[in-house]
Design a protein around this ligand. Structure first.
Ligand code: SAH
Length: 347
């Protein structure tokens, strides 16, 4: 038996050519793609404007590898965490985060992660594979439906801050964003999308060259090479000088300011030298800082610094005219907060 092809791995044009060579009308491609991407229908038999022969042809030759909700958990603060089962049995997570004026989807881009940030639960999982564009897209569709179902509100924002390093799965992330933003998909504005990276300089430059329209966040956590390497070991190879250079390049091309994500830990980056280094780094390129709360992953070497240290950071950033905010964590009680996503990747 020939294995059936994942229909959503094809472009509409490729699919149209298959239809033509099998004597179907070419305009059917548009209809099928509308069901697949705009309506997110997961079975061919629901496509009720197609002739029976075409439905049979689709059933015999293609599959729709849609995601399935394996488990859904609700936090006391309204956050919803979904464990999603993929067609090959791997599990990734995506999170709906409700606030007063936003509903944000936090989506995963890889099964596991190839980077090794010491403070992140996902880093404990080996990178098993990249997600396909449709698997990323489906997470957004799922959360958009949950927003309507549980909050009676539309999805407003998307952040690539779930499992994985989006820039290590760049092509598929880009394809998923194309669908999320296109009229034949969800039609969302790219300005409502943030791609968060640990900082892969080569790919940041590539993104700038590709003239992407979404926002960029960089997980900085330290502006001192030695410290950053101790908590994010890949910094040894892709260090802060190279990162700063790529960010300058990004800004020159896109004119979009960069958000730095930054956690302050006791004894790691809570000294005045750390703050001064951050201020200096921020001055290189227009940027703002989100001081994010540390979410425990049961490692005693990482302890959130107390409020007065954060206040000190805030004071010095603000007095240097760098915008900064302190961000509260959401969904901690169900391990849905930043860095806590680490489902058992059961096959
Ligand atoms: N790989 C990408 C996206 C996933 S992580 C990146 O590194 O940006 C999303 C954010 O959560 C990053 O800023 C990351 O540094 C942060 N994070 C990871 N573990 C965390 C933890 N235990 N507590 C708080 N934030 C964490």
């Amino acid at each position: 038996m020939i294995s059936k092809k994942d229909i959503r791995s094809l472009t509409e044009q490729e699919f149209k050519e298959i239809l033509i060579s099998n004597s179907f009308k070419p305009y059917r491609a548009k209809q099928v793609f509308h069901w697949l991407w705009t309506k997110s229908i997961y079975s061919f038999s629901e496509m009720n404007n197609l002739p029976d022969e075409l439905i049979n042809f689709l059933n015999n030759n293609f599959v729709i590898n849609n995601i399935k909700v394996h488990k859904m958990q609700k936090s006391s603060d309204g956050t919803i965490k979904n464990a999603i089962e993929l067609f090959d049995g791997f599990v990734v997570e995506c999170v709906l985060i409700p606030t007063k004026d936003r509903i944000t989807a936090c989506v995963s881009s890889q099964v596991g992660c190839s980077l090794n940030c010491k403070f992140c639960a996902t880093a404990r999982l080996k990178r098993m594979r990249n997600l396909n564009p449709d698997e990323i897209y489906d997470q957004v569709v799922l959360i958009s439906r949950q927003a309507k179902e549980f909050f009676n509100r539309p999805l407003t924002n998307i952040v690539f801050m779930g499992m994985g390093e989006p820039l290590m799965n760049y092509n598929n992330v880009l394809k998923s964003i194309d669908k999320i933003t296109s009229k034949s998909g969800l039609g969302m504005s790219p300005r409502r999308i943030v791609v968060s990276t640990s900082g892969v300089p080569k790919m940041i430059k590539k993104m700038a060259d590709d003239n992407v329209k979404f926002k960029l966040a960089v997980s900085l956590h330290s502006a001192i090479n030695e410290t950053r390497t101790s908590i994010m070991p890949f910094n040894e190879k892709m260090n802060l000088d190279e990162l700063a250079d790529s960010l300058q390049y990004w800004y020159n091309k896109t004119k979009k300011i960069i958000t730095y994500e930054y956690v302050v830990w006791e004894g790691v980056n809570d000294k005045i030298e750390d703050i001064n280094a951050l201020v200096k780094f921020c001055k290189k390129t227009p940027s703002k800082v989100n001081l994010i709360q540390y979410n425990s992953i049961d490692d005693p070497s990482f302890v959130q610094a107390p409020k007065d240290v954060l206040d000190h950071y805030m004071q010095l950033l603000e007095s240097n005219k760098i915008k900064a905010t302190i961000r509260r964590s959401r969904g901690q009680d169900i391990d849905a907060a930043c860095g806590q996503l680490a489902n058992k990747n059961a096959r």
